[in-house]
Structures are given as C-alpha cells and as structure tokens.
Write a protein that binds this ligand. Structure first.
Ligand SMILES: *[C@@H]1O[C@H](CO)[C@@H](O)[C@H](O)[C@H]1NC(C)=O
Ligand SMILES: *[C@@H]1O[C@H](CO)[C@@H](O)[C@H](O)[C@H]1NC(C)=O
Ligand SMILES: *[C@@H]1O[C@H](CO)[C@@H](O)[C@H](O)[C@H]1NC(C)=O
Length: 487
C-alpha cells in the first residue's frame, strides 16, 4: 500500500508567479500512482523540472487559474523516478474537466507508481447542459441556469463522478477467523425485513486470496446494522460459487444470482489450502493461480431464493445464457414490481424475463453502448422519480481500478455514457484523515438506504500491488465500502 495524503494547498501566489486573484484555498482530490494525462498526451505541459506533486499543483493554479471549471481542473506530475525517462519531473495541467486517472504502467513491478494526479474541487465544477444526458441522468439540467445540478451522491463534470465522503477504515467486509484474514471479493447488499443490511459476497476459503478465486470461491452471507460494517454470518452456497448479485422479489424473497459449478471445482480441480493470513501460498503441484489453470469447466449462472437471508435456499436453477456462452456472465439483475426482470451482463448482453422465477421467460440480447468493461451493476436512482431511467456502474476492466457509468432513459433499450469521466477512481479516504489507494477495485455494487437513496459503494479490492498476475505475492482481498455524500 502506498502512502497517501489529501492535501489542501494554501496559495501563497507570489511564490509561484505574478498572477493575481488566486487567494482562495484549493482543495485537491489527489491520487497517487494515477495518471490523468495519459503520459502527457492530454493537457498542457507546464514545467519539465519540478521535484514534487505539490509544486506541480501550485504551478497549475498559477499558470491556468484556480476556477474549478475553466482554470486548472487537474494536474499530473511524473516523479523524478518515473519509469519513462522523458517524463521525469514533468508537470502537466488541464482545463477541460477531464478526469479519468489511470495507473502508471506496471510493466516493471519494481517501479510501481511514480505519478500523482490532482483534481481541483470537482464538486464546484459547473457543467452547461441542454438535456439531462449532459448531466448523466445523475442530476437535473436546470431550465433557469442551463447548468447541471447534481444529485447529492454525484459531482464533477456531467455529474459523472461519485461524491464520496470519508469512511471508516473497517467498513465493508474484512473478516478474520482463527487462521487470520479471510479474503472476499465484492458483495451485493439488500435491506432485510429486519431493518438490517444483508450482504452476499464472494469469499475465498482456507484464508487464500484473489489469485485462486477460480478454485476457492464460495458465497458468504454477512450482516450489518448500519450498512457500513459487515459481520460474517452463514455460508449461502459452498465452493464453487462466485460473483453474487442479489435482488428482492416483489413477494419478498431474497433472490441470489451467481456463477457456479456444482460438479467440478474449476482451475486446480480442488481448493487451495496453503495460505498466510489471507494471502495464497501458491504451490504449482496442487494449487494454481488463475492465470495457470489446468481445468476450465463451464462457469454458468444460477438462481436461488429464500424467504430469509439465512435460507433455507431453493434448489439452484440454471439461467439461460442465449448466445453468451459458458463463461461467467457477471449477470446483475433487478426485479421489478410486476415480477419481471432486467439484468446487465458482460457487455453487450442484457437479460430480460417476464417472470424472474420462470427461466422459460428469459431472453438474452446484445445491446449497444451498455457499461464499459465488466462487472456491471444495474439500478434505479430514486432521485430520477422514474423507474424507466436505468443506471449501470461497472469496473472499467482488466487491471484498471476505475469505474464506468452508463444510463438509459428508455428502460434499457438505448444507453449513453461520457467516457472522459470515471465514476470512481482508486482513492478511498478514511475518517481518521488517512487514505488508501486500491490497487484493484472491481465488482461495484451500491447499497441503498431505507428510502432507496444511494448510500455507499462496495467493491472487491486489494491494497497491496496485485495488478499483474506475475506480481501478486500478497493477494489478500476484501470488500471495500465507501460512503456517499447525502446532502
Ligand atoms: C457555459 O455557458 C456560459 C454561458 O453561456 C459560457 O460563458 C461558458 O463559457 C460555458 N462554459 C463552458 C465550459 O462551455
Ligand atoms: C417458483 O417456481 C417454482 C416452480 O414453478 C414454484 O414451485 C415456486 O413456488 C415458485 N416460487 C416463487 C417464490 O414464485
Ligand atoms: C423528483 O420529485 C421531487 C419532488 O417532487 C422534485 O423536487 C425533484 O426535482 C424531482 N426530480 C427530478 C429529477 O425530476
């Protein structure tokens, strides 16, 4: 894990240049190891011989201005030890509101990191609009001002960025047992009739980590009173099962959709048993990482349901996959008030059913421009006052720790997105004033409060570098939770 600080740069401008009218404090949202300028292909080159990100932030404000919409909207600084020699010590600034910071290249794990990006107060960015699409359906386009007014949980250009607030370091699902840490990889959360929050998470058995998910994953039920700190409860479905997304049926059932194989354990053909406090100890005879599997059985999608989140669960029923095939669908469904279902799978596939509990009514079609990447999450934002406005979050794909967002104004027939804004990045800010950089951040799921408002985001996450299969000796993973702004 890399050290991290959210910095507030007090502008003593005479030190930097002669510009005036820059007396305000600029609150930077700062990401270490993140490159918002695509190795200098975006933005303006401001200086080629600085020694710190702090200096770059100051240079950006003094040269481009402090206005959060038209001045320096972001900067990127390549540290003096950055692995691309010609970028060492270089500082770039941007005035367009572009915000989609990427990891620095990890070709050589020894030089992991070495680039810092900062964003100028994204919640003050003003987006001109002529329709709700200009505000990503995450806000309204004010008829009066012709600018976007973002819902409280969103901010930035096009209201395209989730507006997080500092969150407890222990939030999410971070289990331990008598053998140490227990890895989990994202959880889908429902509110129960008991007023508690019920998470269905992918969990790795025998205290292993994410590189053996293909051999060790099962479905874990965890419970929280406040929707923030989850405590492990019972096992919903044993090895092998992965990628659960849960929904409530209008008749009250808890319905879990997940990838499973009940006959065969994928990859190593058996669970890996050697681990060290949540990290896998790979043993090439018995326990293979996900990049070297010896067996690749079908990874099909099943549905189970129960009247209580602890079960007993119905017999698993196979969900049709149409043209999609037999790898994991990532299916993320919603069940509507009339019992019909719509689900986003790996792009470009959408599932629809007239009855969630009758697989003969399921249909799969390919639709253009759904979410980017993988791991979709489908939801309705109550702020829209309209259940035909659908939103999709996703993991941008690969080793990228950014999130995507897409929306549909017509019940999922057509989709739109703004690709120059990431819905979330790698940053997680804690209530104790520190922060972490999630080296992997996948499986996004939103938690909704009593009124249905977006309350928090969960992800399958790692803090140690685990982005290249060859460089993941510490593969402990957990289900991160980051709270969203509410007012
Ligand atoms: C937004 O509209 C205002 C008023 O028409 C204009 O002055 C401003 O330049 C526009 N801003 C952007 C970023 O296009
Ligand atoms: C689901 O379908 C099965 C088979 O038709 C039926 O036995 C069961 O009662 C249904 N359950 C619900 C909750 O609709
Ligand atoms: C939803 O309804 C509320 C209450 O009538 C209203 O204040 C709000 O602007 C509406 N939101 C949208 C997106 O139309």
């Amino acid at each position: 894990m890399q050290a991290f600080m959210l910095i507030s740069v007090s502008m003593v401008l005479a030190l930097v240049s002669g510009s005036s009218d820059l007396s305000s404090d600029v609150k930077w949202l700062t990401y270490l190891n993140a490159d918002n300028m695509n190795q200098g292909k975006i933005g303006q080159s401001l200086s080629s011989k600085l020694t710190s990100a702090d200096e770059c932030a100051k240079a950006c404000i003094s040269m481009l201005g402090s206005d959060p919409t038209s001045g320096c909207t972001s900067y990127t600084f390549y540290h003096v030890d950055f692995h691309v020699k010609k970028l060492q010590g270089k500082c770039f600034g941007d005035t367009t509101g572009f915000w989609s910071p990427e990891y620095s290249s990890l070709e050589d794990p020894g030089i992991y990191g070495g680039v810092t990006s900062g964003q100028n107060n994204p919640s003050s960015y003003v987006t001109n609009c002529s329709s709700v699409d200009d505000c990503s359906a995450n806000g309204i386009c004010s008829a009066e001002t012709k600018t976007c007014e973002c819902f409280p949980q969103w901010m930035g250009k096009y209201c395209g960025q989730l507006n997080f607030v500092p969150t407890s370091k222990t939030a999410g699902l971070q289990s331990t047992d008598e053998n140490g840490r227990v890895s989990s990889w994202g959880g889908s959360v429902l509110r129960g009739d008991d007023g508690k929050y019920h998470m269905f998470a992918a969990e790795m058995t025998h205290n292993t980590g994410i590189v053996v998910w293909m051999s060790n994953s099962r479905i874990r039920h965890a419970v929280s009173e406040d929707g923030e700190n989850f405590v492990s409860s019972d096992v919903t479905s044993p090895v092998w099962g992965h990628e659960p997304t849960a929904a409530r049926a209008p008749t009250g059932e808890y319905v879990v959709f997940f990838t499973a194989n009940f006959e065969e354990i994928p990859c190593s053909g058996a669970e890996c048993k050697n681990s060290d406090n949540g990290n896998t100890v790979v043993d090439e005879e018995h326990c293979l990482p996900d990049t070297q599997c010896s067996t690749y059985p079908d990874l099909l999608t099943y549905i189970i349901y129960a009247n209580d989140p602890t079960g007993p669960w119905s017999e698993p029923v196979l969900i049709p996959t149409g043209d999609f095939g037999s790898i994991d669908t990532n299916l993320a469904p919603m069940i509507m008030d009339d019992g019909s279902l719509i689900g986003l799978g790996r792009p470009p596939y959408i599932w629809r059913a007239t009855n969630w509990n009758d697989t003969s009514t399921y249909e799969v079609e390919a639709v253009d421009n759904t979410v980017m990447g993988e791991d979709p999450f489908l939801y309705v934002d109550p702020n829209n006052n309209d259940s035909s406005i659908l939103h999709g979050l996703s993991h941008a794909g690969g080793w990228d720790s950014r999130g995507g967002h897409a929306w549909s104004l017509d019940g999922g027939k057509t989709w739109k997105s703004h690709e120059d804004i990431a819905s979330y990045g790698s940053l997680i800010e804690y209530t104790d004033g520190t922060a972490g950089i999630l080296t992997r951040r996948e499986r996004p799921h939103l938690i909704f409060d009593k009124k249905g408002n977006l309350q928090a985001l969960t992800n399958g996450a790692t803090l140690d570098p685990c982005t290249h299969p060859e460089y993941c000796d510490k593969d402990y993973c957990f289900t991160a939770l980051q709270k969203l702004n509410q007012e």
